[in-house]
Write a protein that binds this ligand. Structure first.
Ligand SMILES: C[S@@+](CC[C@H](N)C(=O)[O-])C[C@H]1O[C@@H](n2cnc3c(N)ncnc32)[C@H](O)[C@@H]1O
Length: 349
């Protein structure tokens, strides 16, 4: 099995990926990270104090902390707020494990809606079967047996029996979009309080079909050096197309190539407060009027170095390796100063 559920420092569950040899969240905790890197810096709580509707796009939903923590906080201050949530995620196993996550005070209607959507997916149901069949997993990870029992219980939950008549749920199947991709699914859930669109496929495929407008976009792929295809100028242009006028995009990364990629699409780029490390995150807007924390002078200067040459994937068809190699060619040709030289000149080793 590729994943084991693990506990992080704040007591919330994360996943250990045996292929990558890494945990999905930093040690400060999955919940704490979501709250401090996405919910609070995005301003979504303030927004929902006065708005009875919010549209959220969660790219690389994973276990779902970023949108689930945000929605939990929104409902605390405005129980009337109607939530439209669009989820982009390509891994049915991670979504299966997301059913094991429990967030304090998470509204029952959100838990129920997510359960419906996730268990309506044939690909996720198959993933749950495989997890439960994986003997090595249960033998090696005795500590997590309790969680696996929970998954067993969840599997027996019958979506069709529980669904009420006001809820609309339907699946659309997609053939693979590229050589590296498996079959995809789109599932829609509609109710009075929350609508969910789940795109279980490569986010690059989904993003081209997502319709405007989103107020808050949470961007949480693996690091740009590992998965550059989700950090390209072209992907950010799609964000610009679907972002509402006062909306914003938040991400944990402070990578100059990422920030510059956002700039190149015409977005206004600022910083979020550092959490659990020295570097800040990034927040981008369509409209500079809403930008509160500008990049500092050092960060702005870095955008004029070689390291800020952005990632490109015009047709959304390249592999990660191709995107990296193409960018490297541009870096080698560039006559811009390197980031390390720039930092040295500014007294930072
Ligand atoms: C850092 S984790 C996200 C953590 C997540 N936000 C959470 O709260 O648990 C990155 C996620 O990106 C997903 N992913 C990787 N490549 C993707 C792609 N091309 N399209 C959609 N999702 C992708 C992975 O399956 C993984 O769940």
């Amino acid at each position: 099995m590729r994943f084991y559920p693990v506990l992080t420092d704040d007591g919330s569950i994360s996943l250990y990926n045996t292929e990558v040899g890494d945990i999905y969240h930093s040690s400060i905790g999955a919940y704490t990270e979501a709250l401090n890197k996405y919910t609070l810096p995005s301003g979504i709580i303030e927004y929902c104090k006065t708005s009875n509707k919010v549209n959220i796009l969660d790219t690389c939903f994973g276990l779902g902390y970023n949108s689930r923590v945000s929605i939990t906080e929104i409902i605390k201050i405005n129980p009337q707020c109607k939530i439209n949530l669009c989820i982009l995620e390509n891994d049915p196993y991670v979504l299966a494990y997301s059913l094991l996550v429990s967030i304090e005070n998470e509204p029952g209607l959100v838990v129920k809606a997510l359960k419906f959507v996730i268990l309506a997916s044939e690909l996720i149901k198959q993933a749950i079967e495989n997890i439960l069949k994986d003997v090595t997993f249960t033998h090696k990870q005795r500590l997590d047996l309790k969680l696996i029992k929970q998954l067993e219980k969840i599997k027996s939950y019958n979506v069709k029996d529980e669904i009420d008549s006001k809820v609309m749920l339907h699946n659309i199947y997609y053939p693979p979009q590229s050589k590296s991709n498996k079959m995809g699914e789109k599932i829609q859930y509609k109710s009075n309080s929350i609508n969910i669109d789940l795109w279980l496929c490569d986010a690059r495929h989904a993003i081209q079909q997502v319709e405007p407008y989103y107020d808050f976009i949470f961007h949480d792929p693996f690091t740009p050096s590992k998965v550059p295809v989700l950090w390209t100028v072209d992907f950010f242009s799609e964000y610009k197309r679907i972002l509402s006028d006062r909306g914003n995009i938040t991400t944990y990364s402070s990578n100059s190539a990422v920030r510059n990629g956002m700039f190149e699409t015409g977005l206004c780029v600022g910083r979020t407060k550092p959490v659990g490390r020295k570097t800040s995150g990034t927040i981008a807007y369509k409209n500079s009027y809403y930008l509160i924390n500008e990049l500092n002078d050092l960060e702005k200067g870095l955008l004029d170095t070689r390291s800020a040459i952005p990632y490109i994937d015009k047709d959304f068809s390249l592999t990660n390796k191709e995107v990296i190699n193409n960018r490297q060619i541009l870096v080698n040709k560039s006559d811009k100063i390197s980031a390390s030289k720039y930092l040295r000149l500014n007294g930072i080793c």
